[in-house]
Design a protein around this ligand. Sequence first.
Ligand code: 13P
Length: 250
Amino acid sequence: MARKSLIAANWKMYKTPDEALTFVQAFLPLVANHTRDEIALFPSVTSLATVVHAAAGSNIQVGLQNMHYENEGAYTGETSPIMLKAVRATHTLIGHSERRQYFAETDAIVNKKLHAALAHGIVPVVCIGESLVEREAGETASVLKTQLTGGLSGIAAEQAAPIVIAYEPVWAIGTGKTATPQMAVEAHRIVRAEVARLLGSEIASAIRILYGGSVKPENASSLLNEEEIDGALVGGASLKPDSFAAIVHY
Ligand code: 13P
């Protein structure tokens, strides 16, 4: 089954609302009529409504970089699924390695967030990936399996269709070191096999697995032309309209 690729921009803690608006205004014409792939922007929370508004009616989808699992409550600094939907955002990243590393996000928390996203009809992009130490110790497969088993716990195949997985090796994020297409494909095959074990082969063959980690215009086509790679989650190279558009047009 042909999977439609998703090319997504994770802006991390960059861009004010004005800067985000300037980006969208410059970016929209560069990708107008682009239907081969889905395109999504993940701005910071203060720019979310601005970006949704600026992209309304276009082929651009918009989501949060992180979302709490409760609808509301005494959780200072957090953003709920209801808040995300109220501004008409549609997607959320879950379990980005920076959330895991700096904010102690565990597979159990990822799992709660995934359940919440699916319950609210929000498209979840679940991020997984091994560190350099884990890769060098030969633990890549076991780390990915553990993250998937924990993250997808209690999810039924019937509800799993919207899930997107992003494979982002931690050692490739923001380092300029990209996984080779062969390394990415190998990891994606491990992920797909584990998804098959957890959710069945039908979901596994349809689920989109994105690659993230130093994706840039120069390496996008070699990665994205691999059949096993169903899109990209782009950090640094997504901050400039020309650069992100070049990746979309890989
Ligand atoms: P870079 O593209 O800056 O390496 O970041 C990747 C990433 O973390 C996307 O979520």
